[in-house]
Design a protein. Structure first.
Length: 119
């Protein structure tokens, strides 16, 4: 079902306020305390350190996620998900044919430097 586009906004009010950077998944574990099946991901953002993220990327096996480059929002407020504190939001889109909220991650077409800023 198609939805209408949201109102036009300025870059200063949106993209420039978000700190979206490239990281690499270095550890994947199930998050048993989450309301729905989720993984606890440890992501290396280079000079910005390793951050924990809990997300519904379970359409992928842990082996598919491990080592992949992903895009994450580093400056959202941390939030409790299950037994973990999710420090970064990994960006994704709906996993084809999966239940609502089940995601596949966004990744660059080529390997790039960890910590690179999205612009």
């Amino acid at each position: 079902m198609a939805t209408e586009l949201k109102p036009v906004v300025t870059a200063e009010d949106t993209l420039e306020r978000l700190d979206i950077r490239l990281g690499r998944v270095v550890e994947v574990q199930p998050e048993p305390g989450a309301a729905k099946a989720s993984y606890r991901l440890t992501v290396d953002f280079g000079k910005f350190g390793r951050r924990l993220s809990v997300g519904r990327f379970t359409g992928h096996t842990p082996e598919e996620l491990l080592g992949r480059q992903v895009l994450g929002v580093l400056n959202f407020e941390p939030r409790a998900v299950g037994t973990a504190i999710s420090e970064v939001l990994i960006l994704g889109v709906q996993f084809p044919g999966a239940a609502s909220g089940e995601a596949t991650f966004l990744t660059p077409a080529v390997e790039a430097r960890l910590g690179s800023k999205v612009f």
